[in-house]
Design a protein around this ligand. Structure first.
Ligand code: PAF
Length: 296
């Protein structure tokens, strides 16, 4: 397939390399306009065409791995070149990016994906695959529902990949994880594992109770005990990791808070559910973001 990866950050580069290794024609569209992008993984260096308008036009599949808040602006700029049949797959933390793209991509098959692979770029052209994971993909519209073959394409490139018949459900479970881990670790500037300390337990219990109330109102199937256990498992499995929001805050970059806790709060409002513990974390992160925006 002709595949274009928009946003060759850590996860985007990982997929670009793995899809190229499995025989696809892969190009990228990054922030920089150099005609090529090179990335080293292990001993090998991989080269991709970058920023070429023809690669947008000829793409069978566009994998969008920019942050949730960048999806609308990235697609707005490129939509005039995107073929109406090209499959679009969004893979990022958080939810609600589709609400921001309005009338764009009316005809395209659209898919959503979530992955637990760990990847890290210690330098702009160097990638470390820090942890094996699992990827779930599913349809965001009726046309996307006809693209189940992509499970095999992606699984061949980087296993394990599952097709999820209701990807929204999986994304809500991931949102619950991110609502707990990301803002707390960003505010405390601690690794994920610190949240296992007893001092965080009461707060985490309240956060999970609020998320659960909204998930129930959204009719997302889950069990509170399992969801809680899952969140603590992720804390344990990623105990040494610095969460993505921790890294954004320490580098004074815009965070994904509007698409993680912000999305939860927007859904809670719809159902008239109070989520004060999440509101407090949201305000704290927004205040941090504004404090460095005002320094620029
Ligand atoms: O955003 C992140 O950092 C990750 O989604 C997670 C699971 C919290 C692990 O650090």
């Amino acid at each position: 397939m002709n595949i274009l990866v928009i946003g060759p950050g850590a996860i985007g580069s990982l997929w670009a390399i793995k899809l190229q290794q499995s025989g696809h024609q892969v190009a990228v569209f990054g922030r920089h306009t150099a005609p090529h992008y090179q990335c080293q993984l292990g001993e090998s260096i991989y080269t991709f065409a970058n920023h070429q308008v023809d690669d947008i036009r000829h793409a069978d599949l566009i994998l969008v791995t920019v942050k949730a808040w960048q999806v609308a602006s990235a697609l707005e700029r490129l939509t005039p070149q995107i073929n109406p049949d090209t499959i679009i797959m969004l893979m990022h933390n958080g939810m609600g990016s589709l609400d921001t793209i309005g009338a764009l991509l009316q005809t395209n098959p659209v898919l959503l994906a979530t992955t637990t692979h760990g990847a890290f770029k210690p330098a702009p052209s160097q990638l470390i695959h820090t942890g094996q994971g699992e990827t779930l993909i599913g349809a965001a519209n009726a046309q996307g529902g006809r693209c189940q073959f992509l499970r095999d394409v992606f699984d061949h490139a980087l296993p394990t990949v599952h097709w999820h018949p209701q990807i929204e459900h999986a994304l809500w479970h991931k949102l619950a994880v991110n609502c707990v881990i990301n803002p707390l670790t960003a505010i405390r500037q601690c690794p994920n594992g610190t949240l296992a300390h007893p001092e965080y337990q009461a707060r985490i219990t309240r956060l999970i109770a609020e998320v659960s109330a909204v998930m129930t109102a959204e009719k997302i199937p889950f069990q509170l005990a399992q969801l809680t256990a899952h969140i603590y498992q992720v804390i344990a499995a990623t105990s040494e990791n610095l969460s993505s929001m921790h890294q954004d805050v320490s580098h004074r970059r815009k965070t994904e808070i509007d698409f993680i806790t912000g999305y939860l709060i927007r859904r809670a409002k719809k159902h008239d559910i109070a989520v004060p513990e999440n509101e407090a974390l949201y305000q704290h992160i927004k205040t941090l973001e504004q404090s460095w925006e005002s320094l620029i």
